[in-house]
Every structure is written in structure tokens, then in C-alpha cells.
Design a protein. Structure first.
Length: 256
């Protein structure tokens, strides 16, 4: 059984010094590829460096909504430069987060829209973060020149009706360890609705360690197998089948 962790922050402070060891453990667990995510320009740069040095690692580049209020004047040019890296597969993670509102919502929407336009111009896929902002996220996406088929909603937490709407528009849905949590029945119901060709798995490491290893302070890519096992139970199939289809989806969606 082989898996691809489509979203992990190996260059985050909690994982950076052990990224090589975490990748070795992932490989031993059957995780043959990882996409190194980024939340700001510094992490995007580090992710590109890691992807260049390790086989089976790809990267994305972008500015998270938390950082929207602090973007430098040349941030779009810098994202564009990073997106040109040969191991870059998407712009992200970008989007809206109204849970914390570390950046004002208007700044979040502006930076989100600007990066969507950049991705469309570059012909890049987009990794979207949305938290307590689903309607606005879809509205900004709808106003952008980017096709919904080029969008993955990462670490999905949306209820079934919202997930169904996103799928109807053409988006791909990625599930993290949250889907394994005891109180995530509604999310598991949503996961059961996603078409086979539109579902991905991820860890969002170092965050969101899944059950049965939820007590792990630092999540890592090897644990994506627990997400796949949960989705298999939810969807009435085997972990091997989930691994096969999500790996094929990841390779196709990100052109790995």
C-alpha cells in the first residue's frame, strides 16, 4: 500500500530539524510522496529548498490568510518566482480564516483574490484554506478567473451540504486527521459524499495528529495512513483501495 501526503508543513519550526527523519519514517510506512505546504514567503522558500534536496517531495508557495495584513509590496512577484521552481505544484495555502481573524477579513479577501488571479495566469493549481468562511471562500473563488477544478479545499472541516456544493462546483476535497476525531461525525458524513476521483488525504503535520495517535505533539507524514483507514471505514471499502485512489488523484491533480 502506498500513499501520498498532499499537505504537510515539514519546514515548520516543529518539524524543520527532523524533516529528514520524518521523511524516512514516512517512506517506511508506505508514504512515497509528500507535498510540503507553506503559510508565508519564508516557509515557501524553505519548502522549495527541501523539495529540491529530497526525492518524492514537492512544494507549494503562497501566503496564508493569517499573514494577509503583513504582505510586502512585492509579495506577488515573490510568490510567482517561487511558483516557477521545478518542484512547485501549486499556489497555497491561501484562503480565508474568520476563526482567528489574525488579519482583517477585507485584507484576507484581497490577498486571496490576488493570489487566485496569479495562479490562473500561471496555470497553477491552488490549495485553499477555509475556516468559518465557507460562503465567502466560494464567493471569492467564483469571482476569480480560476476554474474550480483547479482548487483543492485542504483539511476540510465543512458539513455535508457545503462539501456537496464545493464538489458540484468542481473542487477536490482533502481530509486530514480531523476526520478521525471522536466528535467529527458530520465531517465523516461529508467524506462519504465525495466522489472517488475528487478525494485526497493529508496530515497537515505538524498539526492535527489523527486517532489513534492523537496524543502525538508533533504530527508527521507517516500518520496519513490513519486518515486513509478512517476514510475506508466511512466509505465502506478497504484502506488499500483508499490509498490507491487518493494516490492516483494526487498524481493527477498536482501533475506529480
Amino acid at each position: 500500500m502506498t500513499l501520498i501526503d498532499t499537505h504537510c508543513h515539514l519546514c515548520h519550526g516543529r518539524l524543520r530539524t527532523q524533516a529528514d527523519a520524518a521523511l524516512d519514517r514516512a517512506h517506511q510506512a508506505g508514504v512515497t510522496g509528500v507535498i510540503c505546504a507553506a503559510a508565508d514567503l519564508a516557509e515557501s522558500t524553505a519548502a522549495a529548498g527541501l523539495a529540491a534536496s529530497r526525492e518524492g517531495v514537492w512544494c507549494i508557495a503562497g501566503v496564508h490568510p493569517h499573514e494577509a495584513k503583513d504582505v510586502p509590496a512585492d509579495y506577488l512577484a515573490r510568490v510567482e518566482s517561487l511558483a516557477a521552481h521545478p518542484r512547485n505544484v501549486a499556489v497555497g495555502e491561501i484562503g480565508l480564516d474568520y476563526h482567528y481573524n489574525y488579519s482583517p477579513p477585507d485584507a484576507q479577501r484581497r490577498v486571496f483574490a490576488e493570489q487566485l488571479a496569479l495562479a490562473a495566469r500561471l496555470g497553477k493549481r491552488v490549495v485553499v484554506h477555509t475556516r468559518e468562511a465557507f460562503a465567502d471562500t466560494l464567493a471569492v473563488l467564483g469571482d476569480s478567473p480560476l476554474a474550480a477544478a483547479d482548487v483543492v479545499l485542504h483539511s476540510c472541516t465543512a458539513p455535508p451540504d457545503d462539501v456537496a456544493r464545493a464538489v458540484e462546483l468542481g473542487a477536490t476535497i482533502s481530509f486530514s486527521g480531523i476526520v478521525t476525531f471522536a466528535r467529527a461525525d458530520e465531517l465523516r458524513a461529508a467524506a462519504a459524499l465525495v466522489p472517488d476521483d475528487r478525494i485526497l488525504v493529508e496530515t497537515d503535520a505538524p498539526f492535527l495528529s489523527p486517532e489513534p495517535v492523537r496524543k502525538m505533539k508533533t504530527n508527521e507524514p507517516a500518520n496519513v495512513a490513519h486518515v486513509a483507514a478512517c476514510l475506508a471505514r466511512v466509505r465502506g471499502t478497504t484502506a488499500g483501495h483508499i490509498a490507491e485512489l487518493t494516490t492516483a488523484n494526487a498524481r493527477r491533480f498536482f501533475a506529480l
